[in-house]
Design a protein around this ligand. Structure first.
Ligand code: ZN
Ligand code: ZN
Length: 879
């Protein structure tokens, strides 16, 4: 086994191992093979996507679940695919075109869409390749795309069904509008950040008097679309205003006064302007009071004819001009600083404009009811539990969903308008003729569907719905959904609604919501902050296993992750530890029979100890994974492998492997083989590459890759717990003995004598049995166990749970030289102690130094005092 490299090199290993899995077809699963199904549908990354740390966390978690279940004999499938990401992809292609000084309109719809497909062919595989670098074991053969033929059919079918049921309607609504992209945006497509803006107080004259009311607004240009002013019904000013007419400055439009409980008496002056075409709340207020709607802006944010003298001005230029005019007419009362959440288009950063437009909607109430019930009934469980409440609250207050987007890239609405009689026809394909007037001049709606209209069908459309098929019957409902908290409403809730409405069953049983990846100061990672850690760079430098293990180990359930580059050393060091320990074991397996039939009576205490620790770890890791406590599972593995196996058992095993007894050697080899092979299995879902690479080197009867080996079962062996506990204590005793050696400068090669005085009779028996082993591990010439030990000369000691251990120095060392050495150390410590004492008695220092500096000196004083005491005690042995 001399050819095993000393250093583990992920770069030489990971791609090769991935190819091995791929060439053996291990990623693919087949429903016809039956068994217990386990299915996860990946949250489809955008086809424009590039792997970031959020993806790395999200997909590592899914891969852990999938690998664990695959090894646990489930028929496991992880469905992969990408989202066409309407606006993101369209913008990416438009940016490319802009470099050639072209716009999508120059190309026309058909040509432009061709370009997008070309773009997708060129760039759409990036994220897939990156997920493969991370080691994700998706069923790559099942790759889906939200605009592939099957998913498109699913989208149309669902639209038609919902329309037949009367859940789809067309209506005017104030939507988030991007004047740059010229489309409606869903709430999640708007990024809102608190921004310092201004609140303008404007005087509106009261008709027939010199008096006026004052309204406050952050967007003065929208006042051109005002149709009323409103105040709270409880407002005392109501009496004097109720009969009055208010005059809109500049335009002179007459405004009515309405009362509405929605008006917040605390905001601004408590009197608000009502602009139904440009504010979602005003729109609803307008409907409540039957107010007219005046739209003052074109789709591109330029003021229209309703804006009077400002027609043709961009909205912000109009703002400036209007404020000047108001000021001139002494109608601008004051301007205040005001912080509010300003919305921007998430794709192009343009400030969004709430705008009234004609859009298509899905009525959500009838879909939300069963979706709410499914969670209340426990058919779907959120992990951590706290998300259940958030979900319920949202579902109870759900609003209708605006599904039309004014884009070209996406699923075009299956809606046709008869140009003769204006009838609307809903149809998958172009209708031959209008069912009403038999006219043949029908035009398809120009809009496409919101991207989420395809992704909300993801769990079943990717399994072949709407066709009834074996995959769907076998794998649906899927088992777990792993996702970030930002999309719980926009995606998770919608999938639950769609699953229940369309297939008649929940889409998944467990929803695991993980936290957000932040930098170590707690800031979200973003390009503009320059604090992004690129997962591919980490894979390049530390290896994919290191990335996976580190991010899981430091992420508590559902909590945010605080990352810095050095955190990945945890995983890298662990991968190296696994490699080195395995290398040691593999090099010492010559002649190993790989027997696993352990007879408890023939096992040594240390064997029993490590086997029972392994058993505990199998149980714990299984329980943690079932509870979605990934970091606990990772910590248990780390603790077991590093501290139980490497620090303790392998140390013990060295003596046996190189000892005289062939029988002991053989037994130890079997235990090592068993523990190592099971450890590799347990660690595999977390660190698939290094474990598989070692598995290749492990002598085995079959050549099955680790990826499809059987997950360890809890040990059936009945092991004596007391023995395992005693071994734990034995290791403490050995550590104490080793510390004594170090403290008294005993060279590593020098054999010394130890005496142990057991705490109790039972310990006495155990210690006598372990005497030889303790001696080996302490490099002692002799270890004697003496229950009756009274006192011993020149023997520093340490107290441990099993007993007190004495290091016998008499005859071993030059007493005088040792005494002189301790004397010297004592003096040094004492001098330093005196110096600190004097400093702390110095009033000048105490008064002038900052409190933390004084505290530092005080801490130092107590540390030095303890040190001096210890040295004095050691010194006493030699005097
Ligand atoms: Zn935009
Ligand atoms: Zn017609």
């Amino acid at each position: 086994m001399e050819d095993i490299p000393k250093q583990y090199n992920p770069k030489d290993t990971e791609d090769r191992i991935f190819e091995l899995w791929k060439s053996k077809g291990l990623f693919h699963s087949d429903s016809s093979e039956g068994g217990k199904p386990y299915c996860i549908a990946i949250p489809p990354p955008n086809v424009t996507g590039i792997l970031h740390m959020g993806h790395a966390l999200n997909n590592t978690i899914q891969d852990i679940l999938i690998r664990w279940k695959r090894m646990s004999d489930f028929n496991t499938v992880w469905v992969y695919g990408t989202d066409h990401a309407g606006i993101a992809t369209q913008n990416a292609v438009e940016r490319d075109l802009a470099r050639e000084r072209l716009s999508r309109k120059d190309l026309g719809r058909e040509k432009f869409i061709e370009k997008v497909w070309e773009w997708k062919e060129r760039h759409g595989n990036t994220i897939k390749e990156q997920l493969q670098k991370l080691g994700c074991s998706c069923d790559w053969q099942r790759e889906r795309f939200t605009m592939d033929e099957g998913l498109t059919r699913a989208v149309q079918e669902v639209f038609l069904r919902l329309h037949r049921k009367g859940y789809i309607y067309r209506g005017n609504y104030v939507v988030n509008w991007c004047p740059r992209c010229q489309t409606a945006l869903s709430d999640e497509e708007v990024s809102r950040t608190d921004q310092e803006g201004k609140l303008y107080y404007i005087k509106y004259p009261i008709k027939g008097s010199d008096d006026f009311v004052i309204v406050a607004t952050t967007r003065p240009e929208t006042m051109l679309g005002d149709v009323a002013v409103a105040l709270n019904p409880k407002d005392k000013r109501l009496k004097q205003l109720s009969e009055k007419v208010i005059v809109l400055p500049v335009l002179g439009r007459e405004l009515t006064v309405v009362t509405d409980a929605f008006v917040d008496p605390q905001f601004g002056t408590g009197i608000v302007k009502v602009t139904p075409a440009h504010d979602p709340n005003d729109f609803l207020m307008g409907q409540r009071h039957n107010l007219p709607v005046v739209n003052v802006m074109h789709e591109d944010g330029v003021m229209n004819e309703n804006a009077g003298p400002y027609k043709g001005l961009d909205r912000f230029l109009c703002r400036t001009k209007l404020l000047e005019d108001l000021d001139e007419q002494e109608l601008l009362e004051k301007v205040e600083r005001h912080t509010y959440a300003l919305g921007r288009c998430y794709r192009c950063d343009t400030i969004i404009e709430p705008r009234l437009s004609l859009q298509w909607f899905v009525q959500m109430k009838p879909l939300a009811e069963p979706a709410l019930k499914a969670v209340l009934d426990g058919k779907i469980k959120f992990h951590p539990k706290r998300w259940t409440k958030v979900y319920i609250n949202w579902m109870e207050n759900i609003r209708d969903w605006c599904i039309s987007r004014q884009l070209w890239w996406g699923h075009r609405l299956p809606i046709w308008y008869c140009q003769t009689c204006r009838k609307i026809v809903v149809s998958r394909d172009r209708p031959e003729s209008c069912p009403q007037c038999a006219g043949s001049d029908l035009n398809q709606d120009e809009d496409v569907l919101d991207t989420w209209f395809s992704s909300w069908l993801w769990p079943f459309s990717t399994l072949g719905w709407p066709d009834d098929n074996a995959d769907l019957r076998f794998y649906y409902p899927t088992d777990a959904l792993v996702t970030a908290q930002e999309i719980i409403f926009f995606w998770v809730a919608k999938m639950i609604m769609a699953g229940l409405e369309v297939v008649g069953d929940v889409p998944f049983r467990d929803v695991y919501i993980h936290g957000t990846v932040r930098d170590d100061s707690g800031a979200k990672m973003s390009k503009s902050l320059g604090n992004i850690i690129d997962p591919l760079e980490i894979i390049q430098e530390f290896g994919a296993d290191a990335l996976r293990f580190s991010i899981i180990m430091i992420t508590a359930q559902g909590q945010d992750v605080f990352l810095s580059k050095d955190k990945f050393e945890i995983g890298r060091n662990f991968a190296n530890k696994i490699w080195n320990a395995s290398r040691f074991v593999l090099s010492n397996l010559d002649g190993c029979s790989r027997g696993t039939d352990f007879d408890p009576d023939s096992l040594s205490s240390d064997d029993i100890y490590i086997l029972s620790k392994l058993g505990d770890t199998v149980t714990e890791v299984g329980a943690d994974l079932r509870k979605y406590r990934f970091n606990d599972a990772a910590s248990a593995l780390y603790e077991f492998f590093w501290h139980q196996l490497c620090d303790r058992y392998i140390e013990y095993a060295k003596a046996k492997l190189f000892g005289e007894s062939q029988e002991e050697k053989a037994r130890t080899q079997n235990v090592l083989y068993f523990v190592l092979s099971n450890s590799l299995k347990l660690i595999h879902p977390f660190m698939p590459f290094v474990t598989e690479a070692i598995w290749e080197l492990l002598p085995r009867d079959d050549d099955l890759p680790l990826m499809i080996s059987a997950w360890p079962k809890p040990l059936k062996l009945s092991l004596d717990r007391d023995v395992a506990d005693n071994v734990m204590k034995k290791y403490e005793l050995i550590r104490a003995g080793r510390n004594l050696r170090t403290e008294y400068n005993i060279p590593p090669g020098k054999k010394v004598r130890f005496i142990i005085k057991p705490s109790e009779k039972d310990d006495n028996r155990f210690l006598i049995q372990e005497q030889d082993n303790i001696a080996q591990m302490l490099r002692a010439s002799d270890v004697s166990v003496d229950m009756a030990l009274a006192s011993t000369r020149l023997a520093p000691s340490a107290i441990t749970p099993l007993g007190t251990i004495y290091l016998c120095l008499e005859g071993e060392i030059d007493v005088e030289a040792e005494a002189a050495r301790w004397q010297k150390q004592y003096k040094k410590a004492n001098d330093e102690l005196e110096r600190v004492k004097r400093k702390l008695e110095n009033r000048d220092f105490l008064e002038k130094a900052p409190p933390e500096v004084v505290q530092k000196e005080k801490d130092r004083l107590s540390a030095l005092t303890a040190q001096a005491d210890k040295i004095r005690k050691n010194l006493s042995f030699f005097q």
